[in-house]
Write a protein of this length. Structure first.
Length: 405
């Protein structure tokens, strides 16, 4: 095991999401923080936007008075923590993807470009963080290289005003140029200052699948084939190599016009943190699990939204859910201000619960409690947070939040 591998095993861990309006510089910032450019899919490269959730990680060091992602020559450096990041898309059509990313993070970086200021998805993403009860938010005022000092100060005030009255009211607002690498040490310092949430390692494991894939290259020899891989976050408990696990709702097949879900059971073959192998995982950074499943079952994110525990420990899947609902006063994700209308029976809403995105039909409303029937079943626990979105002008827009009853 090399030095970094040893470090990763011992350091406190944090999982941080990077959110904000399209093109404000999230992926660029993350590439400078971690050395990894997360826009890798051909469509992302072609269009210059993030489409899927991206993943990167780094160790943060304190070197004298400076904070960095590497040891500095000639300085005494102390490793402080291991941070994994989720890079979310800013495109208005990809809010659901952003929400499933927000379901698995401990804290967030909200990126706002100084030359553009507060935009619809800046507002909507901040509300999404609020819906997911993310209280630690670092606000980055990016692209300061594109504006004058006066404009930067004016924009800084606008950002402060925008945050007033939200849970990010007291968040640091750090002027940065990701592209020119200005002030990145302040970002590392802020990341080093976020309180690590208390982790529950004693309960039954509860792992949220944010992506799933087939890691085998075409043409690989059968004896070198790897099993299906699940990526995501362990919310509670412990998982180790050799554990027998179950995955719910699992895979779906069509039978007489309806979808039947089948729980998958499998074994953990290996566990990975970043590109390092580990023997056991507890809640913290994002991880991936190699299973003994046929990789055909996990390819192309087919199991995204599922949950995992030890065999026999998950509750039954549910085709309906009752939520305590709070609707916002206005729709934040639109260019123009618009009031949020009350929910109506039989209305279709998009619900995001843990990493599951499902469409729910409003069946019953009483005061602030709403019952939904679901097109994709969920495994939810009492108290889980939900994001509620409505289709407005052809896009799903976040209009409220919920709590599983
Ligand atoms: N001048 C300047 N350009 C920047 C800076 N940061 C990012 N950019 C540029 O802004 C454009 C968009 O950057 P991305 O990092 O892809 O933005 P994003 O927020 O990840 O975009 P989406 O994922 O599609 O929402 C690219 O052309 C970057 O080179 C910066 O600090 N200064
Ligand atoms: Mg991006």
């Amino acid at each position: 095991m090399n030095k970094t591998q040893e470090l990763v095993q011992e350091l406190p861990e944090l999982n941080v999401g990077v959110v904000g309006h399209i093109d404000h510089g999230k992926t660029t910032l993350l590439s400078k923080l971690t050395g990894k450019f997360t826009d890798t899919h051909s469509e992302e490269l072609k269009r210059g936007i993030t489409i899927k959730l991206g993943y990167a990680e780094t160790v943060i060091y304190k070197c004298g008075n400076m904070f960095s992602n590497k040891e500095m020559p000639g300085q005494k450096c102390e490793p402080l923590r291991y941070v994994s990041f989720i890079d979310a898309p800013g495109h208005e059509m990809l809010m659901a993807t952003m929400l499933s990313g927000a379901a698995i993070i401990d804290a967030a970086i909200l990126v706002i470009a100084a030359n553009e200021g507060i935009k619809p998805q800046t507002r909507e993403h901040l509300m999404a963080l609020q819906a997911k009860k993310i209280k630690d938010v670092i606000v980055i005022q990016n692209k300061i290289d594109l504006v004058s000092k006066e404009e930067a100060l004016k924009n800084h005030d606008e950002i402060k005003n925008f945050l007033m009255g939200t849970m990010a009211e007291n968040s640091p607002v750090i002027p940065v140029s990701a592209q020119q690498e200005i002030n990145l040490d302040k970002v590392f310092m802020a990341l080093a200052g976020i309180e690590i949430p208390e982790r529950d390692t004693e309960s039954d494991p509860f792992f949220l699948v944010a992506r799933s894939f087939d890691v085998n290259r075409p043409g690989i020899k059968v004896q070198e084939m790897r099993g299906g891989v699940l990526g995501g976050i362990l919310k509670r408990g412990k998982l180790k190599i050799g554990d027998e696990i179950e995955i719910k709702p699992g895979i779906s097949t069509r039978k007489h016009n309806s979808l039947i879900y089948k729980t998958l059971t499998t074994e953990i073959l290996s566990l990975h943190k970043g590109n390092r192998k580990v023997g056991e995982v507890v809640p913290g950074a994002s991880i991936s699990i190699e299973t003994s499943l046929d990789p055909f079952l996990t390819k192309a994110d087919s199991l995204t939204g599922c949950v995992v525990s030890l065999k026999g420990r998950l509750p039954e899947i549910q085709h309906g859910v009752k939520l305590k609902t709070i609707l916002f006063d206005e729709v934040f994700g639109l260019r123009d201000r618009k009031k949020v209308e009350p929910l109506k029976t039989k209305e279709l809403m998009m619900l995001s619960i843990n990493t599951t995105i499902t469409v729910g039909v409003v069946e019953r409303i009483s005061k602030n409690e709403t019952e939904f029937s679901l097109n994709i079943p969920i495994v939810a626990m009492k108290g889980d947070n939900a994001g509620i979105a409505r289709n407005i002008e052809g896009h799903w827009r976040l209009v409220g939040l919920g709590e599983v009853l």
